[in-house]
Design a protein around this ligand. Structure first.
Ligand code: AMP
Ligand code: GLY
Length: 453
């Protein structure tokens, strides 16, 4: 079976790992992929926003199943176009993707369906928005309505800061078209949680829970990033709270989608704020979270291809989605400066971790690995199954491969993941690897897996 994965990050590498782990006989393609992915899938040099190109490629290669990682192609209607061409694809329709690509749409959707979210107003010009914030209590939350790669939310502490942010968005147009509409909402206090499910449009299955470390620096300080690490399961999510999230948020959202005739087959990620007994929706993502997915998928016991197929074929009710009971952690090694400006193009030296190429001690995805028993000369071959006790999974994010060497090619460079019954052991293992793997301007948080947030 031919499977195409769209995207180029650690999330996509983890999805590819899970597909390989499923043991299915697959021919894997990835567009556009990255340095690590190029070792495990055929790289397709088509950008993920070139929908026409991806359709044509999938038709000519007779791709059986396509998985969409990032939000941009979904917001451009890739699912609708694939379906129109008789191609199977995992990911919501363009209308469904509006839940992420238009915060204004998401807020209106929540309000009209009586699902809790912070009170808000939307604005299309600086003057009216500025007049509004002058009479509002601060902190307040200012959000570019469109996609902004996780950087479109500001929390000004006073009117002067609000004015500056509105000026940046409306007048300096730092988010371009994505900032033409701005949502201004009340600031909510509480604790944050994200919850992911997979749905076939009829029913849903919850993914393992996870917690994302969003801020750039230790102690959750600094700017918001795409995510600097994650752990799974979520340490503070009780069974009781999970039940409430399903009843008060997930199920009403899914039935509202159905009632409004919005086709949604894929992952829905709800960013939530828990305040006493109340659960508020802060945002939706219409795809797997990155880097939450990496720590979730290394715990997956079921066949991920079956998950994708059952969502597409509307047979999810019959699919058994299972995760192991280990504690997983994922640490992002980034280029210093991310999420702002950073340099790239530096060689990555894996040192002793070369043997984890690129996945794990189980040798999955290692095309030239052989079993330990078969190894005649361990110095010459990459040996499978050599290290059992500290399985590190190395997923590539912003990397590029030139010849046999790997180079940094983005803000988030590598994801080091591990799991163990004891989170401390898993965390120690990834930090050992984080110290040993070298590249210029390497930066990572020191407190991932050391829970408090
Ligand atoms: P979003 O992309 O909408 O989830 O916003 C990014 C981050 O901004 C969230 O993870 C929260 O930390 C924060 N945030 C967003 N909306 C609110 C709100 N209404 N009150 C407090 N914090 C918020
Ligand atoms: N880690 C949050 C996201 O994927 O948007």
């Amino acid at each position: 079976m031919k499977i195409l994965v769209i995207g180029s990050g650690g999330r996509e590498h983890a999805i590819i790992y899970s597909i390989l782990k499923s043991g299915r006989n697959v021919d894997l393609y990835c567009a556009p992929g990255n340095g690590g992915i190029s070792d495990n899938a055929k790289i397709v040099n088509i950008k993920y926003d070139d929908i026409e190109g991806l359709v044509n490629f999938s038709l000519s290669e007779k791709i059986d199943l396509t998985i969409v990682g990032p939000e941009v192609p979904l917001s451009l209607g890739i699912s609708d176009k694939f379906l129109h061409n008789g191609l199977k694809i995992f990911g919501p329709s363009q209308k469904g993707a509006l839940l992420e690509s238009s915060k204004q749409f998401a807020k209106e959707f929540l309000k009209r369906n009586n699902i809790k979210t912070a009170d808000y107003r939307s604005f299309n010009d600086f003057e009216t928005a500025y007049a509004y914030v002058q009479n509002r209590q601060h902190p307040i939350v200012i959000k570019a309505s469109g996609l902004a790669a996780g950087k479109g939310v500001f929390i000004p502490q006073n009117v002067i800061e609000s004015k500056d942010y509105l000026d940046l968005i409306f007048n300096k147009k730092i988010f371009g078209k994505s900032g033409e509409t701005v949502v201004i909402e009340d600031y909510l206090e509480g604790f944050e949680l994200s919850y992911m499910i997979a749905t076939d449009g009829k029913t849903y299955k919850s993914l393992a829970t996870s917690m994302d470390y969003k801020k750039a620096y230790d102690g959750d300080k600094g700017e918001n990033t795409g995510g600097m690490g994650s752990i799974s399961p979520h340490p503070f999510l009780s069974a009781d709270l999970e039940e409430k999230i399903k009843k008060n948020i997930i199920e009403p959202v899914l039935s509202a989608l159905k009632n409004e005739g919005i086709i949604y087959k894929g992952v829905l990620y709800a960013g939530l704020m828990i305040k006493g007994d109340d659960i508020y929706v802060l945002e939706f993502n219409v795809r797997f979270g990155d880097p939450e997915t990496q720590s979730i998928l290394i715990r997956l016991k079921s066949d991920i291809v079956g998950l994708f197929e059952s969502c597409i074929n509307e047979t999810l009710a019959d699919y058994n989605l299972e995760f192991d009971d280990e504690q997983a952690v994922c640490l992002v090694l980034s280029s210093a400066g991310y999420p702002g400006m950073y340099e790239k193009g530096f060689e990555i030296l894996f040192g002793e971790y070369e043997k984890y190429f690129h996945y794990s001690a189980d040798g999955l995805g290692c095309t030239d690995c052989i079993d330990k028993d078969e190894a005649q000369d361990k110095n010459k071959v990459k040996v499978k199954n050599e290290v059992k006790n500290e399985a590190i999974y190395i997923f590539h994010a912003g990397t590029k491969k030139i010849g046999n060497r790997y180079f940094t090619d983005g803000g988030r460079v590598l994801n080091l993941c591990s799991k163990n019954k004891d989170l401390k052991i898993a965390t120690n293992d990834i930090y050992k690897a984080a110290g040993a793997i070298q590249f210029k301007n390497k930066y990572y948080r020191q407190d991932i897996g050391i829970i408090s947030i």
